[in-house]
Ligand binder design. Sequence first.
Ligand SMILES: NC(=O)c1ccc[n+]([C@@H]2O[C@H](COP(=O)([O-])OP(=O)(O)OC[C@H]3O[C@@H](n4cnc5c(N)ncnc54)[C@H](OP(=O)(O)O)[C@@H]3O)[C@@H](O)[C@H]2O)c1
Length: 354
Amino acid sequence: MSVGVRVAVVGASGVVGRMMVRILEERHFPVADLKLYATARSAGTAIPFKDAQVIVEETGEAVFDADLVLFAGGDDASRRLAWGAAERGGVAIDNSSTWRLDPRVPLVVPEVNGAALQRHQGVIANPNCCAVALVMALKPLHDAVGIRRCHVATYQSVSGGGLDNMRALLAQSRSLLEVPDALEGGDLQRIAGAAGAEVPVAFNVRPQWRWEANGDTEEEAKIEAETRKMLDADVRVTVTTMRVPVLVGHTLALHLELERPLDPPAARSVLGAAPGVEVVDDPAGGRFPTPLLAAGRDPVYVGLIRPDRAEAHGLRLVVCSDNLRKGAALNAVQIAEHLLAAGRLSARTRAAMP
Ligand SMILES: NC(=O)c1ccc[n+]([C@@H]2O[C@H](COP(=O)([O-])OP(=O)(O)OC[C@H]3O[C@@H](n4cnc5c(N)ncnc54)[C@H](OP(=O)(O)O)[C@@H]3O)[C@@H](O)[C@H]2O)c1
């Protein structure tokens, strides 16, 4: 028996799957064997891991011979295959939204509710990318003074919608810049039409998710429900989600109604002590959270911490994080690291542990 974890990544050719492979390597996760899966479209693609190139296989009805299966292949793959991976003795960590609200499935950000991992039944859900950043910022404040109400506005990058959305932003930007009168303002609707999209995201701000029957976006509903599941069912959360022409990194503007007062310096010190959170709050010196600061980095950045003077105990702040790292791949690998440290990945890896 070789020491280490047999890992499979489903959706390995996508932005999250590729980031998972990279983070497994970066964090020296003890991988004994790595299998990569996607659809027929990407089967045969080579993805680098350490000194090797791992060839992507078609997922189909794959039966995983793995201790750990990281799912980043969307809802269909997770719905069909996650519990099968668990039944074969592995642990499935799922990035899709399929199982997040299932009562059997812990929904986990290790710094926030890592204890929920103790009762996993083989499938663990990784939260929505904005929900991860949100609970990372809210949890320390909630523990310190209690949060009664939270209003959130998001400014989400296109990579949140996958590789094809990133390509679309670049293509739209290029075609918009080729319109002769673009720099004069011109006829903006005609210019937008030239980008080949009815409501382009390039040079624009727009919602870009499916609509629920009640008029909310699917993304808003996910962030609200997942935040309550991880943080506290009694905290009232309202979210408005928007897509912005940014490649990587999500931004959230929060307005909080607190149960007890907390001034900005005290909030900075509470957040500064929280694991995985970095306070960047010197606006006069040009230091505040931005998606470009967060992109490619692990922390959830928090800043522009100011009073919300419309509330008796109000606080507002801005949060930025890399949606592909902490919002998805990094959080999933951190969950796996927690399970490994607790000897809860599989009988085989337990045997391999010192
Ligand atoms: N992007 C984010 O910031 C983010 C954050 C949190 C969670 N997530 C979730 O992570 C998952 C992946 O998102 P992404 O942004 O990486 O999307 P993406 O760039 O579009 O990649 C999707 C990946 O899934 C594969 N795939 C699609 N349908 C499949 C199927 N039926 N069986 C197996 N593989 C399949 C694709 O393979 P092909 O290349 O062959 O098409 C590709 O590898 C989604 O569930 C998404 O909701 C994304």
